[in-house]
Write a protein that binds this ligand. Sequence first.
Ligand code: C2E
Ligand code: CA
Ligand code: CA
Ligand code: CA
Length: 279
Amino acid sequence: AKEEGRNTFCYFSAEISTATLGELLLENDLFGALERGELLLHYQPKVDAASGEIVAAEALMRWHHRERGLISPEQFIPLAEENGLINAFGEWAIRAVCAQQRAWLDAGLLVVPVAVNISAHQFAQQDLPNMLAHALAEYGLPPQLLELELTESLLMRNSARAAAVLQTLRRMHVQVAIDDFGTGYSSLSYLRQFPVQSLKIDRSFVCQIGEHGEPVRLASAIIAMAHELDLTVIAEGVENEIQARYLAEHGCDQFQGYLYGRPQTAAAFGALLAERQLA
Ligand code: C2E
Ligand code: CA
Ligand code: CA
Ligand code: CA
């Protein structure tokens, strides 16, 4: 029963929280969130599996609601996708990451590439390469410092268009990772059409390592398949040493998860970058 509860949490947490929030009708407040400056980004480190060094980060959006405090993206991103706000939110996130990277560079820090999540709706609506080019130019940022995370399901739904956009991004030297991989059953041959640099194993596989069974075997199969395509493999949601050891033994390249660092404020992450400088 305990194991059942855990699996349920792994798979269904997003759906439950979205429904609850819909009932609470936060949607009205969401419309003014951007103008009121209530959106912010937290940064979570990605570390090298062998050295444990920070090699990259993911920017994760938060909404600081004046009464309710920090609200998780699992609660407001689905709403923003339904009402179209996601385009403005997504563009804000890209520009905010560029501005932050510029500030860290100007402070003399040894920065790492930072990834931004792109929603399916945003991908379908926006001229992403054009918007990215403008943001990078405005902050004078090398394109290698910005990464995009696109989910496997997004790529599968718009595969022809996705492949074309990814070609453009590759020419621009903007890195792309396939996010939440393993949930869509993409094959090796299918993946070949997408010029991406890395692949993130979904947390639903990682969180079951140590329990034995199909999902665990899938995690190692995904790593082998990704390496076949010369992709860097990142495991998300690594919470304990058992998971880290298993993944490292199977050749996983990078880890992201509470074991190495929670998503944290820009100031806190900047302090980590500064430590890195001294090391
Ligand atoms: P995601 O892209 O799969 O991001 C990883 C999520 O796993 C994050 O949740 C992160 O805080 C969480 N996480 C990281 N390590 C661990 C761990 O060790 N254990 C557990 N239990 N969780 C861990 P978060 O920040 O709540 O974001 C949830 C989702 O919201 C993201 O999933 C992403 O799909 C979406 N999201 C976040 N920021 C943005 C954004 O700027 N734009 C878009 N379109 N979506 C975003
Ligand atoms: Ca992500
Ligand atoms: Ca993910
Ligand atoms: Ca995920």
